[in-house]
Ligand binder design. Structure first.
Ligand code: AMP
Length: 432
């Protein structure tokens, strides 16, 4: 029996069609151009990894692992998960491809990530990130370069009003001292904390600083700050980062609560917030930081690293769809008898011009003319009985150009086609 139910996308997942798809690729291209100039090269990684990879790297108390992973058993009963972020896979790739002795590795990637979050504007269950990982980068100036690259990426999209927030969560000794101070402080208010934060108090008290709960936030305002727990090394590292940012003329705001949701960070953490969408709400469009311990924690040697991920869905909200760079042209046969000649004509044109060449084949001539117009065609080449006999093509302009008015017509001899297209369309650089 025919299934008449209308298929729907899975909640929190969507298609990019038309202008959205153009915007998506425009954003990726711009970011790729920027990071390439900093010496980062693309890496492609699987969308699926063993669940244990994310549990070990992000931490089993992180919200992402605790509540948001798309986890399945495959047919052999192994637990696998759709990747919720890229850093864990990049670290796994560094180890599995035996590159831990060939450092630095400077990688960039983009693609879908999956988190079972509550969908809303700017938050999806399948969302897209563009990320970079600078594996083997140990010094504070690498953090500065990573941050400056992220800012440049956002600015290259023409987004104004982006603000950089930075913090340091220090080294392991810093965090051990700070954890004890935080627990002592929050224990006194335990009953007032949200249920989630009461749990965090025992498993990961730093996460309370990240809480979205209004009451928690009020208590957080009175909490001790991490700078009071910095070891001299951690303080020096952070000072160097701040000096480096200032040397590049990058302004920033210190946010002592910026601990980020994942377990693997140490030293520098940062976020870029930008006004996006209607109402210009300030949303985090980039998040990142240093993760010196992660490669070792995942079974490799000690490899210091720094990286970030930009949220493409959110950047798309702040960017206008780019215009189509080279408009298409269309070849239309007048009668069915000329359809193969039109097919050949379109084929020949594709060897001459950069313009996409369309050959609408459905419906009568008027309908195909309309389709060409809707597709944004600059002009149509008409091939009918007369044109075939005389070797002369009729060209009709559907849009005004510098030389032709909308509706203008002209006749081009087939033998002159290469010269004519070179003059009036966008010729391929390679001659015919
Ligand atoms: P995170 O890995 O959580 O630090 O996220 C880095 C960036 O990815 C954020 O700043 C957001 O721009 C984006 N992002 C994270 N989660 C989502 C989501 N569910 N939907 C859309 N964008 C997201």
């Amino acid at each position: 029996m025919k299934n008449t139910e209308v298929p729907l996308p899975v909640r929190g997942m969507r298609d990019f069609v038309g202008a959205d798809a153009r915007t998506f690729h425009h954003v990726v291209d711009r970011l790729q151009t920027v990071v390439c100039r900093y010496g980062f090269s693309p890496i492609e990684m699987p969308l699926v990894e063993f669940t244990s990879l994310f549990v070990r790297s992000l931490g089993d108390t992180s919200d992402v692992v605790d509540k948001e992973m798309f986890t399945f058993e495959d047919r052999s009963g192994q637990s696998i998960s759709l990747r919720p972020e890229g850093t864990a896979s990049a670290v796994r790739a560094l180890i599995t491809n035996k590159l831990t002795q060939t450092l630095p590795q400077k990688w960039s990637y983009y693609g879908p990530m999956f988190r079972y979050d509550r969908p809303q504007k700017g938050r999806y269950r399948q969302f897209y990130q563009f990320g970079v990982e600078d594996l083997g980068a140990s010094g504070p100036l690498s953090d500065v370069e990573a941050i400056s690259m992220a800012m440049e990426g956002v600015q290259s999209l023409g987004i104004n009003g982006a603000t950089l927030f930075i913090n340091s969560i220090g080294d392991a000794a810093t965090r051990a001292d700070y954890r004890a101070k935080l627990v002592a402080y929050f224990e006194a208010y335990k009953g007032d904390l949200s249920e989630d934060s009461q749990r965090r108090l025992t498993v990961n008290p730093l996460r309370i600083l990240d809480s979205k709960d209004a009451k928690d936030q009020e208590l957080v305002r009175g909490a001790p700050q991490i700078s009071g727990s910095f070891t001299p090394e951690a303080a020096r590292f952070f000072d160097r980062v701040k000096e480096g940012l200032a040397a590049l003329g990058l302004t920033f705001k210190l946010d002592p609560c910026l601990v980020r949701g994942l377990d693997y960070y140490d030293h520098t953490t940062f976020e870029i917030k930008a006004p996006v969408g209607e109402g210009s709400t300030l949303l985090a469009v980039v998040g990142g930081g240093r993760y010196n311990g992660l490669v070792e924690q995942m079974g490799g040697p000690s490899v210091p690293a720094v990286g970030w991920a930009a949220g493409l869905d959110r950047l798309m909200l702040a960017v206008e769809a780019p215009a189509v760079e080279v408009p298409p042209v269309a070849v239309l046969f007048v009668g069915e008898a000329e359809d193969v000649a039109a097919l050949q004509g379109a084929h020949r044109l594709r060897g001459l011009v950069q313009n996409p060449v369309l050959m609408p084949a459905e419906g009568n001539l008027a309908k195909r003319m309309k389709m060409s117009d809707r597709a944004g065609a600059l002009c149509v080449f008409l091939i009918g009985e007369d044109e075939l006999k005389t070797g002369q093509l009729k060209v009709k302009f559907l849009r005004s150009t510098g030389e032709f008015e909308e509706g203008a017509e002209c006749v081009v001899a087939e033998t002159e086609l290469a010269a004519w297209t070179a003059q009036h369309l966008s010729p391929l650089t390679k001659p015919e």
